[in-house]
Structure formats: structure tokens, C-alpha cells
Design a binder for this molecule. Structure first.
Ligand code: SF4
Ligand code: SF4
Length: 370
């Protein structure tokens, strides 16, 4: 279902109002990609507003620098206005739309109740089979849940999540970037956008000293915790992918020794995925309430808690895999992983996909940085 191209919502109209003021002022031009992208436009249609909202990294720099910020009567609060529209885009482009709407209404409850519900379901299955408490099994997960059953369950859920994210990204791209804006030679733009994504360039606050979090001071810790979370997630994914290759190509089933690639990737990634979300939660709790959209904080925190529990149960599984606690830990871990996969196209995870697309559009319409 397409997004209405003409009627602006209240939140979109607020971004439009603020961008008109910023376009006259332009003091923040060097802070991030939002302001140069803004200067390419005199009017802001829905697609432009969605694009700018997803380019904004909510670093807070323009709020702390703005002479028209509240309590000034112009009440210019760019990060807050952008954050509200950003959250709306997760619903507007969601597939299926009804899932997106449900997640918008009760994102935190949906994610956490699904995680606890799935973990409880798996625990009850094990209880019914009499295998919740067991003798040590030398870390053999497949003695608890057979490999083919896990591969089918997680393959289906993961495939659904990737399909839903891809459909959302295509819908977003169609709205923010009409076909004529694509250039034939988009290689340099792709490299620029990839570099901006991998380095989280715009969490440097425009001067490289970092974001404003709770006050006027700059901090690079938001970028560092994001990096730990992002690369920790990628390493955990690499651990699962390597284990799958070992299983099917080398006919080498789990458990794997401590020195094997799946365990090394999983351990290093798991530690990153523990420190990163813990740090992000700590910063989120201390954050200046004027930054971002307070209504989204429960959703942000819910996602952070999901990642944290996945990581801590994953590491506990590695340490305690040769004990009678393995089945219980495995059930909790798998329940939370599955809940994350099911909800990732609709909430905080999706912001990475839309932001990546928005940064690509910015790189396409700008000259690559030297
Ligand atoms: S945020 Fe404030 S200072 Fe920055 S460009 Fe907009 S109006 Fe000017
Ligand atoms: S909050 Fe940061 S990223 Fe967002 S518009 Fe302002 S300076 Fe740019």
C-alpha cells in the first residue's frame, strides 16, 4: 500500500515548518547530511520529509546550537521533529501493514511478551518431554532440539524478517527517491554511503567530537556503543553462518571447540552485544528529554533489552553448555532470538535499513566527499 503523497501528517507538517526556518537560517549546514540535503529543496513533500527524517542520526548537535530552540517562540527542535516522523516511517512502509500498525500501538509489549511467551512455550515443551533437567550432554544442543527442527523454524522466521525488511526498504526507496534521481554510475555513491554507515560518520556531531547526550558536552560513547552493538550483531550472525557451513559442507555438526571459528565469532560478538546495548541503555536513561521522541523510549529500551538477554543467555550457554542447565538456557535464548527476528522489520532494527537507504540517496544527490 503506498503512502499518501500529498497530505502531511501533523508530525510531517512540523518537520516542514522547521525546515523552512532552517533553510532561511542555515547555521547548521556543516553539522550533518540533513542540512545540505535540505538546501537542495525549497518545498518539502512527504517523500522528502521521510528521507530527511531517516538521514537524521539524532545527535542533538543542532538543538544545542540553535538560537531558535525552545523556549524561543519558533520552537525549533530538529532532532525531536525528525524522530517522530522516523518512527512513523517504520509503520508507513511496513509489510504486512497490519503487523506494523500493531507494533506501533504496543511495540514494547509485543516484543517482550512474544519473547517471554516463546521462551515459556519451549520450556513447557521440554518439561512435558521430561528433558528440562538433564544430565550434562557435552554441549550437544541437538540432543535437546533436533537440528532439522531448529533449521526449519529459524529459517522460516528469518526468511520472513528479511522479506519484510526488503519490501519495506523498496517501498521507502520508491517514495523518497524517484527513478530519475538514480545515476548510471552510482559506484562512488555506494562506497560513500557504505563508509558513512560502517563508521557511523554522523554520530560525530559534525565536528568529530561526538553527540550531545544529556547536556552541551560532546560524547563519542554513543557512537562507540552503537559500533559494539552493530559489529557484535554481525559477528554473532557470522558465527551462525559459519556453523551452518560446517554442518552442511563439512558434515561437522555442533558442538564446536572453544578455538573454532563459530565459537570465537560468537564469543567476541556476544561480548560486543552485551557491552553495546548496556551502554546504549545507560545513555538512553540519561538522555536530554528534548532529544528524540519520548514516546519511542519504551520501544528503544525493549529492543535493547532483547539484544542484551540474547547475548547474556548465549554467553551463559557457552560457559554452561556441559551442565544440566543447558536445556533451560537454550529455551530462553531461542525464545528471545525468535522474538527479535519476528519484530525486527517493525521497530528499532528497521531504522538501520531505512537510514542506510537514506544515506545512499544523500550520496547519490551529493558529490562524494574527498
Ligand atoms: S537548527 Fe536552528 S540554528 Fe540550525 S539551521 Fe535550523 S534554525 Fe538555524
Ligand atoms: S540531530 Fe544531529 S543528525 Fe539530526 S539534524 Fe541535528 S545535527 Fe543532524
Amino acid at each position: 500500500m503506498g503512502v499518501d503523497a500529498l497530505m502531511l501528517t501533523e508530525d510531517e507538517a512540523e518537520v516542514d515548518r522547521i525546515m523552512q526556518i532552517c533553510n532561511a537560517c542555515r547555521y547548521c549546514e556543516g553539522f550533518c547530511a540533513v542540512f545540505p540535503a535540505m538546501t537542495h529543496r525549497l518545498d518539502f513533500i512527504k517523500g522528502d520529509i521521510h528521507y530527511l527524517a531517516n538521514v537524521c542520526h539524532n545527535c542533538g548537535a543542532c538543538l544545542h546550537a540553535c538560537q531558535y530552540a525552545p523556549p524561543h517562540e519558533f520552537a525549533v527542535n530538529v532532532p525531536q521533529a525528525m524522530a517522530k516522523v522516523r518512527a512513523q516511517t517504520y509503520t508507513d512502509y511496513a509489510w504486512p501493514a497490519s503487523f506494523g500498525a500493531m507494533y506501533k500501538r504496543a511495540g514494547l509489549t509485543t516484543a517482550l511478551s512474544m519473547a517471554f511467551g516463546l521462551a515459556l512455550f519451549l520450556i513447557l515443551v521440554l518439561l512435558a518431554r521430561g528433558s528440562l533437567i538433564h544430565e550434562p550432554l557435552a554441549g550437544n544442543f541437538y540432543a535437546i532440539f533436533p537440528h532439522n527442527m531448529l533449521a526449519l523454524m529459524f529459517g522460516l522466521v528469518f526468511g520472513f524478517a528479511i522479506l519484510a525488511l526488503a519490501i519495506g526498504a523498496v517501498r521507502f526507496w520508491r517514495d523518497v527517491s524517484p527513478p530519475q534521481s538514480l545515476k548510471k554510475d552510482s559506484g562512488p555513491a555506494l562506497i560513500q554511503a557504505t563508509s558513512d554507515i560502517l563508521t557511523l560518520h554522523y554520530l560525530g556531531g559534525g565536528h568529530g567530537e561526538g553527540c550531545n547526550n544529556e547536556d552541551d558536552r560532546y560524547t563519542l560513547w554513543r557512537r562507540r556503543f552503537h559500533h559494539l552493538t552493530f559489529y557484535g550483531f554481525l559477528l554473532c550472525f557470522a558465527a551462525t553462518s559459519t556453523a551452518t557451513l560446517y554442518h552442511y559442507l563439512l558434515d561437522w555438526p555442533a558442538p564446536y571447540p572453544i578455538t573454532s571459528l563459530p565459537v570465537i565469532f560468537g564469543t567476541v560478538g556476544g561480548i560486543g552485544l552485551l557491552i553495546g546495548p548496556a551502554g546504549l541503555l545507560w545513555m538512553n536513561l540519561k538522555r536530554d528529554p528534548q532529544h528524540g521522541d519520548a514516546a519511542q523510549k519504551p520501544m528503544d529500551r525493549g529492543f535493547i533489552v532483547l539484544l542484551f538477554v540474547i547475548s547474556i543467555t548465549g554467553l551463559a550457554l557457552l560457559i554452561l553448555r556441559d551442565t544440566g542447565l543447558m536445556a533451560l538456557l537454550l529455551a530462553i535464548h531461542l525464545g528471545f532470538v525468535m522474538a527479535m527476528f519476528v519484530t525486527m522489520p517493525y521497530g528499532k532494527f528497521a531504522h538501520g535499513v531505512y537510514r542506510g537507504a537514506a544515506l545512499l540517496k544523500y550520496a547519490l544527490e551529493s558529490k562524494p566527499k574527498k
